[in-house]
Write a protein that binds this ligand. Structure first.
Ligand code: SF4
Length: 412
């Protein structure tokens, strides 16, 4: 029987499911069942089919950083020799692995790790270290970077072949045959959940948008951690219903504020200062309607078709060429009708930062859209300045207010 039901709000469902997911993993560990640590956009379908409890270190550090508990872990990692230039998720997680204490939910240690380098290469070294230090199996889905506009057939075949290898490795680790029947079911559920996530979050195209991107950040925990479970889709369908009702009432996603400007947020949230970053935008009537997150988990494939599944995991946003990344953002800006762009120059994530200058220049030139940047970090509060953020947002408002009439008359 499901622990959520239709009479609940999507927020109630979200809170119950997030807590349960972690609790289930802890209980599994106590029983002696296998627990896997996985990167956020790795194919969850295989472990789910084998009944392995999977938890997500990136999401775990988000909870720690948002509760302002990251500094102790980051400093511990630095004392251990990890440079503070390394991604904060990696540093905090590698420290947690040693101390096993934090201000958020406690994550059971893994019996195996699964990573897919479709979001960045830092993951490869990070997960290698986990596997080496804990002496546990490391499963890798190595996804080649897409240098061209199209994803090549060779790249997809290379990834698909690794799926077969993952199945074989899981059979050895679990000492039982791969559960093909469950796998087929999980693929259906995951593909449907990905669609439900995209359909709900893209309702921010409405004007005013019924959803603030900051609320979307909260729902993201489910698509990261429970993509293979039915309750995940149930929550997104409920969210969609609630948002459609808000659209019919003309309500906007900013709490008690009017939506005057709409922006695309480029990059990861600044978790230690989530409230400050949100409140400053709200004060100016800025709603975050555009983000790369809705499409990041819109992994579309026909259940049962491993080639299509390999293509979906290979073609996700972070793994696209520069041109692909620019085109992705152009379509988000157009679909969600953004007036400006905020780029989080995230000290932790080189993968995001290295592209932003070129992406921003092209967006500004081709769409005539104002862009501002701010320095921050997804986990490390030392890299953020409230004053700088506030000043940059004031400048963005000035640019947007001057720009909106000319954009409207030019049809942009
Ligand atoms: S935050 Fe950036 S560097 Fe860290 S794991 Fe994610 S994509 Fe990689």
């Amino acid at each position: 029987m499901s622990i959520i039901n239709e009479s609940m709000t999507s927020k109630e469902m979200l809170n119950i499911l997030v807590a349960k997911n972690m609790e289930d993993a802890r209980k599994a560990k106590e029983r002696g069942d296998l627990v896997c640590w996985s990167s956020s956009i790795a194919p969850c379908e295989f472990c789910e089919a084998m009944g392995i409890y999977t938890v997500y270190p990136e999401n775990h550090v988000v909870g720690i950083a948002a509760r302002k508990g990251a500094p102790e872990l980051l400093e511990y990692a630095e004392r251990k020799g990890y440079s503070n230039d390394i991604c904060g998720y990696a540093r905090a997680n590698l420290a947690y692995m040693d101390v096993q204490k934090c201000v958020s939910e406690e994550l059971p240690l893994p019996d195996l790790v699964l990573l897919c380098n479709n979001i960045c290469e830092t993951l490869l070294k990070w997960y290698e270290n986990i596997a080496y230090e804990l002496n546990i199996p490391l499963l890798i889905v190595d996804v080649p970077y897409n240098h061209d506009k199209e994803i090549t057939e060779e790249n997809i075949q290379y990834v698909e072949a690794q799926f077969h290898d993952i199945i074989h490795q899981l059979e050895v680790i679990c000492n039982k045959p791969f559960d093909e029947k469950k796998f087929q079911e999980v693929m259906k559920v995951s593909a449907q959940n990905a669609k439900d996530w995209y359909d709900a979050t893209m309702l921010c195209s409405a004007r005013p948008s019924p959803l603030s991107g900051f609320d979307m950040f909260n729902y993201m925990a489910l698509i990261v951690c429970m993509r293979g479970k039915k309750e995940c889709g149930m929550t997104f369908r409920k969210l969609k219903e609630e948002l459609e009702e808000k659209i019919s009432r003309g309500e906007c996603g900013l709490k008690n504020a009017e939506e005057k400007y709409r922006i695309m947020w480029d990059g990861i949230a600044c978790w230690p200062y989530l409230s400050h970053t949100y409140k400053v935008l709200k004060k100016h009537g800025i709603n975050m309607t555009g983000s790369t997150y809705p499409s990041a988990w819109a992994l579309e494939y026909t259940p049962g078709n491993l080639f299509e599944m390999a293509k979906a995991y290979t073609g996700m946003g972070n793994n696209l060429s520069l041109e692909g990344q620019i085109n992705l953002r152009k379509s988000i800006i157009e679909e969600t009708q953004c007036d400006g762009v905020i780029m989080h120059m995230n000290r932790s994530c080189k993968m995001c930062d290295f592209l932003q200058y070129e992406v921003g220049k092209e967006l500004n030139d081709s769409l005539n859209i104002p862009i501002t940047t701010f320095d921050g970090d997804q986990a490390d509060p030392r890299n953020y300045s409230k004053a700088q953020y506030e000043t940059r947002m004031e400048a963005l408002v000035e640019m947007m207010s001057e720009n909106i009439p000319s954009r409207n008359s030019s049809g942009n």
